[in-house]
Design a protein around this ligand. Sequence first.
Ligand code: ZN
Length: 147
Amino acid sequence: MGSPELANLYQQVILDHSKRKKGFGLAEGGVAESHQLNPTCGDEITLRLHLADDDTIERISWEGAGCSISMASASLLSELVPGLTRDEARERIALFREMMRSKGAGVEDDEPLGDAAALEGVSRYVARVKCAMLGWVAFEDTLSLSS
Ligand code: ZN
């Protein structure tokens, strides 16, 4: 990745998460599963939703293959969601989507996104937005499938 443009994209947090993927490996059980494909880049993710007894999100588990951005984004999502209610999770997804559609402008308050806010720079590159959204779309799908 020699170009300054891509060097800018691959910030340290993205690199770390693409190398050491949180939540990677489908866990037993789960209440719903979603498989998502991003044909323009070749990214593929299968994600499972695991709920706690009180219907909050225990965690997500996932597997897949693809570019650093898609893998890092799913990893960052895995770190973010444990303990959230379904409503909180939907709010986080909406905020992340808003950030990804901002064309580099970002959102007013990205604090609810935790380290996933590091992906803001990706929103400048329209072709990569789908990479970053892939895991989040899969997560959103499992929320709908299980409600
Ligand atoms: Zn990709």
